[in-house]
Design a protein around this ligand. Structure first.
Ligand code: GLC
Length: 733
């Protein structure tokens, strides 16, 4: 019997676990002692982060500023040797020797590139996600990086937004669990331990709710939606001891997030007790002017620093206008000193004063190790989602059939790495074609590109069709290229770009058995594929071990067990579409006058939590430990899971609740727990969950509304649709 204690990710009452590191009293006294020695110029210098070039070099100016003690932090500067060169300028040549904090976007791997975060979330395996972050931290640390701008914990429900790839999808509960896992992986048990880095929860707040999915666009959401949907992964990160937050680009309900005192100070520090550092996003302080919120640079600096942004990334308004603002009284000494304290506190907690330098001898042995490659391969396999499989083609097995591998992404080196590739190199990537060839052994493997990813030309389709005609089975690898995903990569459609669908239709017309592998960073519209293709595997952007992992799954060496962390719509017109929707007063029905469309069903093509397997599972015997509980009570939910199919496989058993009647209407389902378990053929296991008040209250609302008496429904299934149902009452005695 396994009890799955639901992650109390939504604990809203628990005190924050301060980012650990050196003993607090030691750090605090050292911070005060150093602060007392600093000049005004040196204080503002600590609030400045500047960027190195994309390749990792520092800029000449950085050395000048470092020697004067006026460079608090850099981003992008990396590599043990280069970091040490710049660090020596600060530590050995500046008046106070305050070390520089080296930061970098280590989002899903440093040199060993893991699957993109959306893919990792599709594994529904928090321990694998934690391990991936730990590997990334070890490699980043070896390269002199001490601070990563991750995890990105923005809930995203509009797949037009390119940055949906960077987070954990549409659900606050799944997102909160993954946020915790990544913070733990990056920071380890003690902030400052060798091989670990400071993490950064971003982008605070609600960046994923950009209107129309257009990056950097306005966000307007109610406080209730903020607290119930967008805040929980951030709160979970803070509870997990994340060392820093990054303020977002977007305006939130009219106030730019990088100058919004309510989120930066009242909620983050006042309500949640966060004592870490807040860094702006890239020039987001300066962008207060473009927002129409600050008249000029001086006002932007004053507004941002006073609201609670401690460190300014890349723009230099704090340094340009700070001393003048102090002079004029626009900025208080208290506000300045508090920001500097937070920077120094992080540097002390990280042990930078004791260990400011990277070990140049150790670096090469850590990057791209075989263990790290194995972890990336395993993560990629665990993240893949089998969307369709009629059993006629997959798994390929080991017969002699000739395989044609076609499509623009079959041999593409860049796409598998996705966006935010850290220090990954395309030459390290195993392409899908290479992985299939390596696994196919003596079997003939043909290849033809067929068409480009997005170019309108379709000259190669005939060549791909010819290859298909010579083969027994066809594997088509299509989707998006890496540039279509990530920051500043919003798309106005969710269709397969270019002529890829024409390629698939031409291949389908040959009558050859066709399996499609998708490389993409967002939900796509896949109606034709769902209707016509016997096998469809969502591989996302699977990282450096893409080809090996895809081959593992295609040949059946691994049984796919991933589940969707985000809904796949039937039409763009359904967006935003997500499982945790409200019921409305006229839920969809045969009645014309109910909430639906004239031209498409209201259901998605593939729902949140969905994924198939090469085997089959059956759930039975749903049991509740009680039929009624007090508002402060706990309830156990258990179910039998059986592998009724021919091969071992993983099932992800998901637990959802619905507060059927509440003082503010609640979604028709809300994820409150899951377990991914491996079962042999015929094996049956009982899975247990525990529902606590934190899971029954309205997420962050549990702080205020508690658990309301009334009926709660319980659903346990293999996705957010269907499953076994039961109910219980919360009774206020
Ligand atoms: C970018 C992104 C942010 C990233 C930062 C530094 O614009 O918004 O996620 O960490 O700048 O690269």
């Amino acid at each position: 019997m396994s009890i799955t204690l639901l992650f109390s990710v939504l604990l809203c009452a628990a005190p924050l676990r301060p980012a650990l590191g050196a003993p607090a009293v030691d750090v605090s006294s050292r911070v005060e002692s150093l602060l007392g020695k600093m000049t005004l110029e040196e204080k503002f210098g600590q609030l400045q982060q500047l960027d190195g070039d994309a390749g990792g070099d520092a800029r000449p100016e950085h050395f000048e500023l470092a020697k004067k003690g006026l460079l608090g932090s850099t981003l992008n500067v990396r590599g043990a040797k280069r970091v040490n060169e710049l660090q020596r300028a600060a530590v050995e040549h500046s008046r106070l020797g305050i070390p520089i904090l080296f930061a970098f976007d280590v989002i899903h791997g440093y040199r060993t590139v893991f699957p993109v975060p959306l893919a990792e979330a599709a594994s529904w395996d928090a321990s694998a996600v934690e391990r991936a972050a730990a590997v990334a931290a070890a490699e980043a640390y070896a390269a002199g990086v001490r601070w990563t701008f991750a995890p990105m914990v923005d809930v995203a429900r509009d797949p037009r937004w390119g940055r949906i790839v960077e987070g954990s999808g549409e659900d606050p509960f799944l997102g909160a669990v993954m946020a915790r896992a990544r913070v733990r992986g990056f920071q380890g048990p003690r902030l400052g331990d060798p091989g670990r880095v400071a993490a950064c929860a971003k982008h605070w707040a609600a960046y994923g709710a950009a209107v129309a999915g257009r990056d950097y666009n306005t966000v307007d959401v109610s406080e209730r939606t903020l607290r119930e949907v967008y805040f929980p992964p951030f709160r979970a990160s803070a509870e997990e001891g994340v060392a820093s937050f990054m303020s977002a680009f977007n305006a939130l309900n009219g106030i730019p997030a990088s100058a919004d005192r309510w989120i930066l100070t009242d909620v983050l520090r006042g309500e949640w007790g966060f004592d870490g550092l807040v860094v702006s996003d890239y020039t987001s302080v300066q962008e207060l002017i473009a927002h129409g919120f600050a008249r000029d640079g001086a006002e932007a600096a004053r507004l941002a620093l006073s609201a609670g942004v401690d460190m300014e990334m890349v723009s230099r308004l704090y340094n340009e206008h700070g001393p003048g603002l102090m002079e004029s009284g626009g900025l208080s000494q208290q506000a300045l000193d508090e920001a500097v304290r937070r920077v120094l506190r992080l540097k002390f907690r990280l042990g930078l004063f004791e260990r400011p330098y990277a070990d140049e001898q150790a670096e090469a042995g850590v990057l791209l190790s075989t263990e790290h490659a194995a972890a990336a391969r395993d993560m990629a396999v665990r993240s893949m989602v089998l969307l369709k499989n009629d059993g006629s083609l997959l798994p390929l097995g080991d017969d002699r059939r000739t395989i044609a591998v076609v499509g623009p992404l079959a041999d593409d080196r860049a796409a598998p790495m996705g966006s935010w590739t850290g220090d990954g190199r395309v030459e390290d990537v195993v392409t899908i074609l290479e992985g299939i060839r390596a696994r196919a052994g003596a079997r003939r493997v043909l290849h033809a590109q067929g068409c480009g990813v997005s170019d309108p030309a379709a000259g190669g389709i005939d060549e791909a069709v010819a290859a298909a005609r010579q083969a027994d089975v066809v594997i088509a690898v299509v989707g998006e290229d890496a540039a279509m995903s990530g920051e500043a990569a919003s798309r106005s459609t969710l269709d397969l770009p270019g002529r890829q669908l024409d390629l698939l239709k031409a291949l389908h017309a040959t009558g050859k058995p066709l399996a499609v592998v998708l490389l993409n960073g967002r939900p796509l519209i896949l109606n034709w594929l769902d209707e016509n293709v016997p096998a469809l595997l969502e591989a996302w952007f699977p990282g450096g071990q893409a080809g090996t992992a895809v081959a593992d799954v295609l040949f059946g060496d691994a049984n796919p067990g991933g589940r969707l962390p985000v809904t796949f719509p039937r039409a763009l017109g359904q967006v935003p579409i997500y499982y945790a929707h409200k019921n409305t007063g006229r839920p969809p029905s045969e009645n014309k006058y109910s909430s639906k469309y004239l031209d498409v069903p209201v259901t998605p093509l593939y729902p949140f939590g969905y994924g198939l397997s090469y085997t089959r599972f059956r759930l039975a015997e749903l049991r509740l430990s009680a039929r009624s509980i007090r508002p402060d009570g706990r309830l156990r939910v258990s179910v039998d899971v059986e592998n009724t199919g021919p091969r071992p496989g993983d099932e992800v058993v998901q637990l959802y609740i619905r507060d059927a009647t509440a003082s503010a209407v609640r979604p028709v389902r809300e994820l409150r727990g899951w377990e991914r378990l491996s079962l042999a053929p015929g094996e049956r296991r009982r899975v247990e969950f525990e529902l606590t008040p934190e899971h029954l209250g309205a997420l962050d609302g549990a702080l205020r509304f508690g658990v309301e008496p009334g009926e709660f429904q319980v659903f346990v299934g293999s996705s957010s649709v269907g499953g076994l149902e039961s109910s219980f009452e919360v009774v206020a005695y």
